[in-house]
Design a protein around this ligand. Structure first.
Ligand code: ASP
Length: 591
């Protein structure tokens, strides 16, 4: 195959017995009890046992005995059947071993900061600092391979459909996509900054104006957000856009991509079509716009059970336009103290309180508030919630949004499976155009280039108007979003107006984009899938860092290279940048 190997060791099987092979790889494990030396030799394809008998290998015996884990070696020998007692059915190569006749040590390895062998835990900071060793671990190597397989599947589907892969710049002007921009100072224009793209949104729309019709890109995106387990400052999207397209065209393409990726990474067939659910339905049934539909425990409205109730907490909430809703959390085996803790948690999540009820053997309900409720109300709850003995019903009475978010969170906490063996994809459609920003004003629910379903409705009732945007959800995680875009500059201006962006502001910030819309823009629509999140779920990883080759820590640092780092004063001078003395003082403290 190459001068270093004739075959990958991990591929050797009983059918190779008798062949002379040359292998190259790393010492994954060695057993040396003074006689014959057994080495597990690892390469990108897996491991195979090689046996070094000092009598058969011409190298000096001390070279053989000095082999340590992670030395990089090349061996030649004959594949033979392992003695019966040494066969290892757990291992793909477990029937064979290689009797070595020559050994070359290609590189030695220093004392390792942690064992590559996965059975030894290593803390994450260490793993990131020595990522190149961490990536030698089976799990990480498998994650890298899965990522590559997923991206290849995406490219294949899109290439077959005549998409053009187009790169867009990463030094761009700041555009409003909801997050904080990462900025890059310009040397040639001191005091001015590029932004790194939060996504290629406006460029892909320009490509539609440019007549590209079908675009995609494996795009690196940057958002300067505070870290959460599923966020990183830089991440990868499969970004795509099509002209003369409507929502169905986008969703059909996404479905084809999802099916191919699942097939190639998991080897399974994705049931199609991927179900669709409206935003309103998702919020009502699951209290979230990214429901995990692998389990039930749905939110049930108890408003009709409690109309006319004398229980003041419920009556007051309903009279004020709020909601009384519940989940049947099943048999959680909770003690009184366990329920008290749940009540505290619900309060921590923003609810005024939580009412719990437990189904008794005789069909009645046990609850601290049972004495305030009529028999009809109690049996109404039993019927509406399908209560079986032992089931815990959790009721929240509050403003509609609070009820949804609290029950939605409790539902996940009490019911969500902690693995991703099953995959439930879902499209959420009919999102609102706007949402309330923290400052009380309106903000785009997706981004301001998303088409409203009806311009009239957007103007007359912006609070409730529906947009032509959609999300893809997998196992309760948002994989990505997209929308049908505004292709009429008039409509775009009206959206800015409703958002409180004046014509002058719009002109000064996006004049270049608004102008482009005036040159015969085709109707277009698109989407972006978060590659990191998709691969992490497919690989059953809880954190996207595990599927990123060189991720950053929670504080945006790279322990391997030391980024972000301090630069020379001369570089700052060229950029016309002064670092405040108090910030400089912090440097010496390691900030
Ligand atoms: N640019 C959008 C995002 O990153 C996706 C899209 O609308 O295509 O969420």
């Amino acid at each position: 195959m190459t001068k270093y190997r004739t075959v990958h060791g991990g591929t050797l099987r009983a059918s190779d017995i008798g062949n002379e092979v040359t292998l190259a790889g790393w010492v994954a494990k060695r057993r040396d009890h003074g006689g014959v030396i057994f080495v597990d030799l690892r390469d990108a394809s897996g491991v195979v046992q090689v046996v070094l008998n000092p009598e058969n290998v011409p190298a000096p015996e001390e070279t053989l005995r000095s082999l340590r884990n992670e030395f990089c070696v090349m061996v030649t020998g004959v594949v033979r059947e392992r003695p019966v007692e040494n066969k290892n059915p757990e291992l793909a190569t477990g029937e064979v071993e290689v009797g070595v006749s020559s050994l070359d040590v290609l590189s030695t390895a220093d004392v390792l900061p942690f064992q590559v062998d996965e059975r030894f835990e290593a803390d994450e900071a260490r793993r990131l600092q020595y990522r190149y060793l961490d990536l030698r671990r089976d799990r990480m190597a498998a994650n890298l391979r899965a990522r590559s397989t997923a991206i290849r599947a995406m490219r294949r589907v899109l290439d077959e459909r005549d998409f053009l892969e187009v790169e867009t710049p990463t030094l761009v002007v700041s555009t409003p996509e909801g997050a904080r921009d990462m900025l890059v100072p310009s040397r040639l224009r001191p005091g001015q900054f590029y932004a790194l793209p939060q996504s290629p949104q406006l460029f892909k729309q320009l490509l539609m104006v440019a007549g590209v019709e079908r675009y995609y890109q494996i795009a690196r995106c940057y958002r300067d957000e505070d870290f959460r387990s599923d966020r990183q400052v830089e991440f990868t999207q499969l970004d795509l856009e099509g002209s003369f397209w409507d929502q169905d065209d986008v969703l059909e393409t996404l479905e084809a991509i999802a099916a191919q990726v699942v097939k190639d990474v998991r080897g399974t067939d994705l049931p199609r079509p991927i179900p669709r659910m409206s935003y309103a339905e998702a919020m009502a049934r699951y209290g979230t716009d990214k429901p995990d539909v692998r389990f039930g425990m749905e939110i049930v409205d108890l408003g009709s059970v409690f109309t006319g109730t004398e229980f003041r907490a419920f009556a007051g909430t309903l009279a004020a336009g709020g909601a009384v809703r519940a989940i049947n959390a099943g048999n959680q085996g909770l003690s009184r103290a366990g329920f008290d803790k749940l009540v505290e948690e619900a309060q921590g999540l923003g609810a005024k309180g939580l009412v719990w009820m437990v189904g008794e053997e005789d069909g009645s309900l046990r609850s601290p508030v049972a004495k305030f409720l009529s028999d009809d109300e109690l049996s109404g709850v039993t019927a509406a919630m399908g209560v079986e003995p032992g089931d815990a019903v959790l009721i929240v009475a509050d403003e509609v949004e609070v009820v949804g978010s609290v029950l939605g969170d409790l539902r996940l906490q009490l019911g969500q499976p902690d693995n991703h063996d099953d995959l439930e994809f879902l499209f959420i459609v009919d999102f609102p155009v706007f949402e309330r920003a923290p400052d009380g004003g309106l903000a785009p629910a997706h981004h301001p280039f998303t088409a409203p379903l009806s311009v009239e409705e957007m103007r007359s009732s912006p609070e409730t108007a529906i947009s032509r945007s959609y999300d893809m959800v997998l196992n309760g995680a948002e994989l990505g979003s997209g929308s049908v875009r505004i292709h009429d500059p008039e409509v775009q201006a009206q959206v800015f107006e409703v958002l409180g962006i004046s014509a002058e502001q719009a002109e000064s910030r996006f004049g270049w984009f608004l102008e482009a819309l005036r040159y015969g823009t085709p109707p277009h629509a698109g989407f972006a899938i978060g590659v990191d999140r998709l691969v992490s779920i497919l690989q059953n990883e809880q954190n996207i860092r595990e599927v990123m080759p060189f991720p950053k820590t929670q504080t945006g640092a790279d322990p391997l290279t030391g980024a972000p780092g301090v630069v020379e004063d001369g570089q700052l001078d060229e950029l016309g940048i002064d670092v405040k003395p108090e910030v400089r003082a912090g440097w010496s403290e390691g900030n």
